[in-house]
Ligand binder design. Structure first.
Ligand SMILES: Cc1cc2nc3c(=O)[nH]c(=O)nc-3n(C[C@H](O)[C@H](O)[C@H](O)COP(=O)(O)OP(=O)(O)OC[C@H]3O[C@@H](n4cnc5c(N)ncnc54)[C@H](O)[C@@H]3O)c2cc1C
Length: 299
């Protein structure tokens, strides 16, 4: 409907590029996606803090060059509390007010996650620390299909509640493909007294093998029908693209129909898939990369 102000609030996630070519790709993706006026974009923090400087540089670059609110991911892995606090203070001094606070995963050469003896052990501890540094807006992760290291679904939900009670504003979910699982998870969170925003995390499947590897690491369930659908696309890039768009657009449309007005897209630094999905949803004009409708800015 022309002129309508839709209620969809978008956020986009990027990762710090490793090479100059990847940096140029990211800048091109950013140029196109910021025109959609996301309420924020976020930049990941490499495993074990491996991208500390790059994350900082990209986050501050986004803030300064695009004016879009930028959020820095920060994890607890392998750092003292003192160092993490210093990183946070530097963000605050650079005008970054939003942190996605995470525990982080064990680096590849570790058997399992071990907190640093002088570090923040879990995300909830990091939130406590960040709040002491400054009054950051804080987003956290949540897991509709239960975090793989959780002692039980109940323990994971308790942990989620503790993170919100510690001062997080919103949770961004791990990606999932079965909306029903997400709806049930949100119901359980509401029943546990979590009233805050729970934003579904959407992963467009531009590369099926890569998605399988992510899912293996984070415990996301890949249903048989998804294997079947992507199995038909092997060696046919156009069909793969169309399948990825169709799948994500249907998932987002159903989430919106159920009243979810926030979406966080794991862009993997690609703008083409994200734009095409938003076109399919009617957020972007079908024949144009400019937004057909303005999404709610900075809401
Ligand atoms: C939106 C989003 C963005 C992400 N971005 C990044 C990123 O930029 N960089 C990165 O490295 N990773 C990132 N991750 C992955 C994340 O770091 C991992 O999923 C990590 O394993 C868990 O992080 P968390 O903050 O959810 O952990 P937590 O909330 O701390 O929970 C971790 C696990 O510990 C359990 N637990 C919590 N407290 C206790 C306790 N006291 N005793 C025993 N068990 C406990 C929980 O149930 C859960 O199983 C992201 C995940 C999401 C959903």
């Amino acid at each position: 409907m022309p002129g309508r102000t839709p209620d969809l609030k978008l956020s986009f996630e990027f990762f710090p590029p490793k090479t100059e070519k990847m940096f140029n790709n990211l800048m091109a993706a950013l140029d196109r996606l910021v025109t959609l006026q996301p309420r924020f974009v976020s930049v990941t923090y490499g495993a074990g803090g491996s991208t500390r400087e790059k994350t900082h540089d990209i986050v501050t670059h986004i803030k300064e060059e695009t004016g879009v609110p930028a959020a820095a991911h920060l994890t607890c892995v392998g750092e003292t509390r003192e160092n993490i606090d210093a990183i946070a203070r530097r963000y605050w001094d650079a005008g970054i007010r939003h942190v996605v606070a995470l525990r982080g995963d064990a680096p590849e050469d570790w058997d399992h996650y071990e907190p640093h003896p002088e570090g923040y052990a879990y995300a909830v501890d990091l939130i406590d620390g960040l709040k002491k540094v400054a009054d950051f807006e804080i987003s956290v992760g949540c897991y509709p299909e239960v975090h793989p290291e959780a002692l039980s679904p109940e323990a994971d939900l308790d942990n989620f509640k503790r993170k919100m009670d510690a001062g997080a504003t919103r949770a961004i979910s791990q990606f999932f493909f079965d909306n029903e699982t997400f709806f049930r998870f949100v119901d359980r969170a509401r029943a546990a007294g979590i009233d805050a925003e729970i934003t579904p995390g959407i992963l467009p499947v531009g590369n099926f093998e890569k998605m399988l590897s992510f899912a293996g690491n984070c415990g996301a369930i890949v249903p048989p029908w998804l294997h079947e659908r992507f199995g038909r696309c092997v060696g046919v890039p156009d069909q793969l693209f169309e399948t990825a768009v169709d799948l994500a657009a249907r998932q987002c449309a159903e989430l919106r129909a159920q009243g979810f007005d926030t979406l966080h897209v794991y862009t993997l630094n690609r703008s083409d898939l994200t734009l095409e999905i938003l076109k399919r949803l009617g957020i972007v004009a079908a024949n144009n990369d400019a937004p057909a409708q303005k999404v709610a800015a900075n809401a």
